[in-house]
Design a binder for this molecule. Structure first.
Ligand code: PLP
Length: 382
């Protein structure tokens, strides 16, 4: 359980492990330590547990079980997808956007170092959305696009992209379509068949699963090149003895979250509305960067004339955990590429924090977060 001595409002960075997931994992950490690839009876439970987990995860996103490949995290899933282009001789282009996570952007930069391979970046509009017309324009310029990769929801301001439409445009232009759904899976209803995406990345620790485990959905019939060569695990595409306990924990957490999607969302949205109302009624000078359909509770705020970094640390001193942007950018301590992409004016951009609420947060906590922000921002601008 989250240490209740502090208020945790950074659920987009990571989330607390679901106690039921932890219980389910224990068996495979302690008693049943068998290698699931072994043929003897002791290994049967582990093998069965992996099969069940794959089925459960597939059901949560309306996939088939043989379309789910276990990976170690969202970053790995994204790397697998992007680097698969290097096995292509004909189509050498990737279309992506300028608000993607570093796991996509840095991997695209890597493939650009190979001769003839390229990536191109769509600029989002002022609401932080990829305009379908902007994607069409890219296809007018480039005719050898192998893959389009657009995130389902942004990790800093939460906006949900028009994925179904973007996937359809990509297919009409002969490109595969991938979505980085790390912030979305387990938080919003998601149906890969309806979206008609070819690949989708996910990570367990964002939906109350354990860290170090994720999955990649790959549509049936698409023969993605192997990521790791070795044994026959994951149909030989991602070899290596399976992380049985984490796979079981991931599927338990996802099932529990998906069973309560509406209930959780309703609770979080109520908290978010209370919080934003209080902020708007205060006389603080700020911009809310989250203003379209978004992941419940994921709010980006830019306060005028202060440092987001200072605000984050002062909140920390009061026992409140928020972030200045994504976990990665907060280490680098600079305005993130995402906030720059949104065109937030500089005197506000520097004062950006991300608050990401979770199902465990309460109205009392929201009140405390609001009061703390109010007092700190007031003192910093006095
Ligand atoms: N993609 C997005 C949108 C994310 O928010 C993150 C993590 O913050 C990742 C990818 C990387 O996921 P992981 O931490 O599992 O590698």
């Amino acid at each position: 359980m989250v240490n209740k001595k502090f208020i945790y409002a950074d659920h987009a960075a990571t989330s607390a492990l679901d106690p039921e997931a932890f219980e389910a994992m224990k068996e495979f950490l302690v008693d049943n330590f068998a290698n699931p690839s072994q043929p003897y009876s002791f290994a049967r439970n582990a093998k069965k547990a992996i099969q069940n987990a794959r089925k459960t995860i597939a059901e949560c996103i309306n996939a088939d079980e043989d379309e789910i490949f276990f990976t170690s995290c969202g970053t790995e899933s994204n790397n697998w997808v992007i680097k698969s282009i290097l096995y292509q001789n004909q189509k050498k282009g990737i279309i992506t956007s300028n608000i993607e996570h570093h796991a996509i952007l840095e991997t695209c930069k890597r493939i650009e170092k190979f001769k003839d391979y390229y990536s191109t970046y769509i600029q989002v509009n002022s609401n932080g959305l990829v305009n379908p017309e902007a994607l069409k324009k890219q296809f007018n310029i480039y005719n050898d696009v192998y893959l389009t990769s657009i995130m389902y929801a942004n990790n800093e301001y939460g906006a949900i992209q028009p994925i179904k439409e973007l996937a359809s445009i990509s297919h009409q232009n002969g490109s595969l379509f991938h979505t980085d759904a790390v912030q979305a899976v387990g938080h919003v209803a998601l149906d890969v068949k309806d979206l008609n995406v070819d690949m989708l990345s996910s990570s367990a620790h964002k939906f109350n699963g354990p860290k170090g485990i994720g999955f990649l959905y790959v549509k049936k019939g698409l023969d993605i090149p192997s990521l790791i060569n070795g044994g026959s695990q994951e149909k030989g595409k991602r070899a290596g003895t399976e992380n049985v306990a984490s796979i079981v924990g991931m599927s338990t957490a996802l099932k529990n979250n998906c069973n309560k999607l509406k209930e959780n969302a309703q609770h979080i949205i109520e908290l978010e509305e209370v919080f934003l109302r209080k902020l708007k009624e205060s006389n603080l000078d700020f911009i809310c960067n989250t203003n379209v359909n978004h992941i419940p509770g994921n709010i980006s705020l830019s306060f005028k004339g202060i440092s987001g970094e200072t605000l984050m640390h002062r909140l920390d001193l009061k026992g409140i955990m928020v972030s200045t942007g994504s976990a990665c950018d907060s280490v680098k301590n600079q305005t993130s590429h995402v906030i720059k992409a949104l065109g937030v004016p500089e005197d506000y951009a520097y004062g950006t924090i991300r608050i990401s609420l979770g199902k465990e947060n309460t109205e009392d906590e929201i009140e405390e977060i609001f009061i703390a922000i109010y007092e700190i921002v007031k003192s910093l601008t006095a």
